[in-house]
Write a protein of this length. Structure first.
Length: 89
């Protein structure tokens, strides 16, 4: 008997197995989901300005710094789905 367009074929999901997962950092727009789940309307946006950058290591000294961040744009990235809200920080 032939299949018609109303008949669905159920596929088994692929099996992916991790012995362990190590997360070093959760940053903006990140997520860890375990088990059966569904992220509905998942949306994220973020912005970060840094005038100095980062200093890492041992025995660092930063003296007499003067940093200026001039960021005069209104929107940093094009938003979709009505994400732009006046006054959002």
């Amino acid at each position: 008997m032939g299949r018609n367009s109303a008949e669905l074929t159920v596929l088994n999901p692929p099996l992916i197995q991790f012995d362990s997962i190590h997360v070093n950092e959760i940053s903006s727009g990140s997520g860890i989901f375990i088990g059966t789940n569904l992220q509905v309307y998942w949306s994220t946006s973020s912005k970060q300005n840094s005038g100095l950058g980062s200093v890492s290591g041992d025995y660092n000294v930063v003296q007499h710094n003067m940093n200026t961040v001039y960021d005069n744009d209104v929107i940093d990235a094009p938003y979709t789905k009505g994400d732009f809200i006046v006054g959002r920080v």
